[in-house]
Design a protein around this ligand. Structure first.
Ligand code: SF4
Ligand code: SF4
Length: 376
């Protein structure tokens, strides 16, 4: 394989938050201490070497940045303060932009103006939909209450229309993510490879992808298990919310007020608590900046927690106002909720921070495939 050195790589990487990686003098302490680095997949030192040498192709076909869960142990022990954990984080941003064929991921990661402009654009479209388009279709807000004393949410947010919109949005996001994952697969497994992986291995090892998505066992190998727990609660809360809102909306968005022990409410409460707990850890950590993994915050890190916090809190407000028969407050909080939720799903999930939810389990799967690769 010919090796192409690209001296301009440094300038490209700096745009994604990478700091002074030239401080590294390759003592190897970070790789030795990393609980996730293993034979065949050694990091982070090797990746820093590729960055320093400008080996762009090798860097872009790397799976290792996704195998790092940013426990921060390497950054704490680096004698040169090169912050290898943050370098791996920055590499994940860079790789996300490389998998994305639309070019929007790079725009969002490297320009706050672009990201904010798109967020505001989608938020404005949501507001227009509720204030102009839906009323023109005959769906008006009403102060009339249901027989239970709840708010008639379906009067201004008709379930069949919201459901069609949800499925369309999910379809767009899934198409973008799947196409990007195929590009990731091409980079890691296929491109310029002298080895091949049989179809049977692809099928046999697929369970690993599901298992890693659901449990994140690699993350639990980090010394500080609390962060794994808060991350898992956040991820499971978000996934549950996504599934009930997109797949089971008619079951979730009801006008009938169910008793507190009904699965509809229990699932909603679990997801909310999981989200708030995970977000609380992330926000406090980034504000206090005591732990090394929170000392540097990229704009995308803050946007992610702010948008998710606003989504969760407006969701709580809808619930409280709806069951207490407060129509105006429900109407306003519903629009506010959708005005944050829609841009978050359309921007953060396929192009920015949330995409790691898909890329990381696939990376674990691809790393496993590489272990069973045989010469062509
Ligand atoms: S511990 Fe620091 S100096 Fe040593 S190899 Fe890792 S990043 Fe480089
Ligand atoms: S942050 Fe943790 S998981 Fe990531 S490279 Fe450093 S020690 Fe390994």
């Amino acid at each position: 394989m010919s090796v192409r050195v690209q001296p301009e790589l440094r300038n490209q990487l700096i745009q994604f938050g990478i700091g002074d990686w030239n401080a590294c003098y390759h003592c190897g302490t970070c790789t030795a201490i990393c609980p996730l680095s293993e034979e065949g997949f050694l990091f982070p030192r090797k990746k820093i070497r590729l960055m320093q040498m400008g080996l762009k192709d090798q860097l872009e076909s790397s799976v290792e940045p996704w195998l790092c869960y940013y426990c921060g142990d390497c950054s704490k022990t680096c004698p040169r303060d090169a912050n290898p954990g943050e370098l791996m984080m920055s590499l994940r941003r860079y790789l996300t932009s490389k998998y994305d064929w639309t070019g929007l991921s790079k725009k969002f990661y490297t320009s706050e103006v672009w990201e904010l402009a798109f967020i505001l654009l989608f938020a404005a479209l949501v507001v227009i939909a509720f204030l102009v388009i839906l009323p023109s279709m005959g769906y008006h807000f009403t102060k009339e209450l249901t027989a239970d004393g709840g708010v008639k949410v379906n009067s201004f947010a008709p379930i069949h229309i919201v459901e069609i919109f949800d499925w369309t949005m999910a379809g767009v996001v899934a198409t973008l993510l799947i196409s990007n994952i195929l590009r990731m697969y091409y980079q890691i497994i296929w491109k310029k490879s002298k080895t091949k992986v049989s179809l049977w291995v692809h099928i046999r090892e697929f369970w690993l992808l599901i298992f890693n998505f659901a449990v994140q066992p690699k993350f639990s190998k980090c010394d500080d298990k609390r962060y794994w727990l808060s991350h898992w609660l956040l991820m499971s809360g978000y996934t549950i919310m996504f599934i009930v809102i997109v797949v089971y909306l008619p079951w979730f968005q009801t006008e009938k007020i169910y008793p507190v022990w009904h699965p509809q409410r229990l699932l909603g409460y679990y997801a909310t608590i999981g989200l708030l707990f995970g977000l609380g850890v992330a926000i406090i950590g980034r504000l206090v900046r005591k732990d090394v993994k929170f000392q540097f915050s990229h704009v995308s890190d803050w946007l992610f927690v702010i948008m998710l916090t606003l989504t969760a809190t407006t969701g709580i407000l809808i619930h409280v106002f709806r069951i207490n028969g407060m129509p105006v407050a429900t109407f306003i909080s519903y629009i506010a909720h959708m005005a944050v939720l829609v841009p978050m799903i359309l921007i953060e999930v396929p192009f920015s921070k949330w995409s790691h939810l898909a890329y990381r389990p696939f990376a674990v799967y691809f790393a496993q495939l590489k272990k069973y690769a045989v010469p062509k």
